[in-house]
Design a protein around this ligand. Sequence first.
Ligand code: NI
Length: 393
Amino acid sequence: MEADELRRLIDTRRDLHRHPELAYQERRTAGIVAERLAAAGYAVETGVSETGVVGTLEGGGGDGPTVLLRADMDALAIDEDTTHDFASTVPGVMHACGHDGHVAVGLAVAERLAGSRNEWAGTVRCVFQPAEEGKGGARRMVEAGVHEGAALALGLHLWLGLPSGVVGITAGPFMAGALVFRIVIHGRGGHGAIPHEAIDPIVAGSQVVSALQTIVSRELSPAEPAVISVGTFRAGDAANVIPERAVLEGTARAFDETTLRHLRRRIEEVAVRVSGAMGASAEVTFPQAEVPTVNDPAITDMVRETAEAVVGPDRMVVGSAARTMASEDFGAFLKHLPGCYFFVGARNREMGAVHPHHSPHFDICEEALPVAVAVLERAARRFLRAGAPRGSA
Ligand code: NI
């Protein structure tokens, strides 16, 4: 990558990092995206699903497929704890997942494709979506029809699970679908010394936590990855008082929708029936659900080949080693279009980019940015010539 293109890529990422915006509030970010896309010659639509931006450009080579490239724009409600001179200037808001890098990469790819438009056929549609972090941004963009008429969708995540510049990719299930569950257990409060006159929601809740562990271990095939984790258990505020209620929240993950439906049904049944057996009652809600991200085999094969040509075979992690139970809303596009989502590693021990996604210390190794640009642009160019491979669905 030329020095000035690289400078611009890093400057863009750092500028966005300084000015992070939460879901559906990505106005400054969307403004920058719209301006850069328009300057590069794209037809630009703004305000899609609130703050989304879609840029469309036809190649000079005539008819061909429409390739959708997606980047997510939102930051997180986290107080940044780094010493960067480009640290967040917004208290309590931080780009702690790398979406600042995704926007910078998306813009660089869009501009490269515009610069080479006479060399390819078809249409490139750059989708900058809001609200990836559990707020349904991808689903809303699909409801707005941004996928319609596209032959395939490509996207990537800068990933701290892999060393900087290493590409992680696999056909089939790549990232898990996720459910967030919330269980409210109603008991009867009382004095801790007189338990027989109370119904203890903490004891009932403890049994529920234990029983939930058996859904994955006893009801699913050991060959089928799934997980249920209870992340919060809130009840009571005095040592000698049995409280009225306990509230548990957690996440369930799996790679296919049938398993996710099973988890959903059984989490509810187990919570309600175990609580009932203890004399308490339970209400179960699922405030958030994400479908699995499942890659098309033929398209993924082509992206893998392209990535390997960019980074070299020893910088590839392929197959189940690349797969993660983390989730991502790109799956909402892949429910309607064949496509491929992949990781570009961004971990770098020497520069301290080792903290997990969503940590207040999170950082990416910026050397991953030009790698991501090269892989995504070359992959897009390949499909803009050839279209989606036969057999993709
Ligand atoms: Ni993310």
